[in-house]
Design a binder for this molecule. Sequence first.
Ligand code: IDP
Ligand code: MG
Length: 154
Amino acid sequence: METTLVLLKPDCVAGRKVGEVIKRFEDAGFQIRGAKMFVPGAEILKEHYAHLLAKPFFPDLEAFMQSTPVVALALASENAVERVRTIIGPTDSKKADPGTVRGDFGVDVMVNIVHASDSNENAAIELKRFFAPDELFDYAMHYTTTARSAEPVH
Ligand code: IDP
Ligand code: MG
């Protein structure tokens, strides 16, 4: 099993697509090992987008990423890194096929609904960046209940 890091970006949150995008991952069999909402600070964005710091669009990217809270997800499955990248499609939403998350909901190359780790090495780094150890859960995908009554609880 692998775990990968997904961020639901401000266009996803503001566009009310959080449920739809999470549904796609759940329907594809991913386990949610962690979930949280926050506005990413300047320092964390500089780290997270270090490979883009020198680009002229970096200030716009930072402003975009701070324009609403984002939702971070830790998603687990076999081959999670590669499977999530396939489900979301390529960076440029306009080049993403229909049926992919970015193809269906993204606007352009910056405004593209989701971030996802691109390698296992980066997934490990990014999970640490956005989740404390006690915010990541290992659990079986079944539940128990000790309730005995079939009557609804009022
Ligand atoms: P990825 O998100 O598909 O891994 P990266 O190249 O790592 O793509 O870029 C990170 C994010 O930076 C993209 O998802 C997008 O929001 C933004 N970005 C990347 N390239 C451009 C660009 O050429 N113009 C504007 N924004 C970009
Ligand atoms: Mg990337």
